[in-house]
Design a protein around this ligand. Structure first.
Ligand SMILES: [Zn+2]
Length: 479
């Protein structure tokens, strides 16, 4: 209990003036308790669980959308040195959460509930506020835990208690943190600070700052949501009438320059909606919306219908929607992925290859097309070409685990064991799983089928991974 009182006291000392426009400088305080490196280590531990979770949406178009949006917002935040990882959690409750070290999760339910991109950005901006003010990290540090791993599992336990998400429920039972999670709830001061950072970020990033109070109010009234229960975001970040008034007052002074409309948000939202319920229900939803003209973006309705039709195995129907999109909407990378996905579902490798190569010609950096084409090349057993293509595209995405995994698969088909294990090891490395990465690199070194050069690279990497695993034990925070 003393610790809790101390935490609140500490926060009140350094954030005494709630109406001041400048933010209290909490950086120095936090860094004396938990260094940026320690926060990064906690973040890596959390990311390992995140990357291996089925709850996390792997679709590269949805993932890249949220990562790009998050990075755009974070780059307009007060701390440019803070690193971030944004991802989408398959969870229909309306929520988002921030973990130490810049790990930010966004529920699919939040994306669906947001009426426009500014509303979504206002919640992400608020979460970035919690990260850059080190709210949770500072509270964790106050718990006098002796290891990064237990702090990471405590952070996940807090997440489980707050967001009730599957992602963290395993960590919840595995950790002794259950008893202290209540002490780690955000205070009203935290919420106000996060709102202030969020508004400033929205303003700087060209979003409508009015979206924040509007969305908070809608959530509070609960009118827009069919589930009946209050959005989970309100439980984890209590929104009061006073807080909304405070945010409104701030927003009225802000001068934002609204950026031009981008269809990406509507397409991502449509794609998520198309993945819910049964395939035929998803198709019916979009057909009804189009019939009743119940939409803000007609294009997004046709895009969503195409995604739902693919799920429902009506590929000719999906093709018709794609044709509508191509003649009625500006060209978009998502349409190219859609075209290729239809041909893959048709099991037509010739047309699939054409769809991928023409899509990549126009959108050479689009990750969904890159991963899809690599998978296609493996499917048609063009392993050498798959490896060549992946090597080329890895210059754009050097830390994408999927590309390493596809490369490993290609090498395995060619019977190249060293190279296959090595690529698999890098795949685990970029899924933050050092132990598995080490095991694979060890197998690579022992495979004995590489030349001198390949052998030396694998050995050097094995040593490097060993050092990374041993190194945290030397850090002062560990026993
Ligand atoms: Zn909050």
């Amino acid at each position: 209990m003393m610790k809790l009182v101390y935490t609140i006291l500490l926060i009140s000392i350094f954030a005494p003036c709630v109406l001041a426009d400048e933010l209290p400088d909490l950086g120095d305080v936090s860094q004396t308790v938990l260094s940026p490196l320690d926060e990064k280590k906690i973040a890596d531990q959390i990311m390992r669980d995140v990357m291996s979770s089925d709850e996390v949406v792997g679709d590269p178009e949805i993932q890249d959308y949220i990562q790009n949006l998050g990075m755009r917002l974070a780059s307009n935040g007060p701390d440019k040195t803070q690193s971030f990882n944004f991802f989408v959690v398959r969870d229909n409750s309306i929520n988002a959460f921030a973990m130490p070290g810049g790990v930010v999760g966004v529920h699919t339910g939040l994306i669906i509930a947001a009426n426009n991109e500014s509303e979504l950005a206002s919640v992400i901006g608020h979460e970035i506020g919690h990260v850059v003010q080190h709210h949770l990290a500072r509270m964790l540090a106050q718990q006098k835990n002796d290891s990064i791993i237990s702090m990471a599992s405590m952070a996940l336990a807090v997440l489980a208690a707050r967001a009730n998400t599957q992602l963290a429920s395993a960590a919840m039972t595995a950790s002794s943190a259950g008893a202290v999670q209540k002490q780690l709830d955000y205070t009203r001061t935290h919420e106000r600070e996060a709102d202030r950072v969020g508004i400033s970020i929205l303003e700087q990033s060209g979003f409508d700052t009015n979206a924040m109070p509007a969305f908070f109010e809608t959530m509070q009234k609960g009118t827009r949501f069919v589930e009946g229960s209050a959005p989970a975001f309100l439980r984890t970040h209590p929104v009061t009438g006073e807080r909304i008034a405070d945010v409104r007052a701030r927003v009225s002074q802000s001068r934002f320059r609204l950026l031009p409309y981008s269809p990406e948000f509507d397409y991502v939202r449509a794609k998520i909606l198309a993945s819910l319920n049964t395939p035929s229900q998803a198709v019916a939803l979009y057909q009804d919306n189009l019939k009743e003209k119940r939409y803000s973006s007609e294009t997004a309705q046709h895009y969503g219908l195409a995604c739902a039709l693919i799920r429902n195995n009506d590929l000719n129907g999906a093709s018709k929607q794609l044709a509508w999109l191509r003649s009625n909407a500006p060209n978009h990378a998502f349409f190219a992925t859609l075209a290729a996905t239809i041909e893959v579902a048709r099991d037509n490798p010739v047309q699939a290859a054409k769809a991928y190569t023409s899509g990549l010609a126009t959108h050479p950096n689009h990750r969904a097309l890159i991963q899809g084409y690599a998978e296609h090349l493996i499917r048609v057993r063009q392993f050498d070409q798959a490896i060549k293509f992946i090597n080329e595209k890895q210059q754009l995405y050097p830390s994408d685990p999927v590309l390493f995994e596809l490369k490993s698969k290609s090498y395995a088909f060619l019977g190249k064991r060293l190279l296959s294990h090595q690529a698999q090891g890098e795949g685990y490395f970029y899924r933050y799983n050092l132990q598995r990465a080490l095991e694979q690199m060890d197998l690579a070194v022992r495979a004995n089928d590489g030349d001198f050069y390949q052998q030396s690279i694998a050995e050097a990497r094995l040593n490097e991974l060993r050092k990374m695993i041993d190194e945290p034990k030397k850090s002062g925070i560990f026993k």
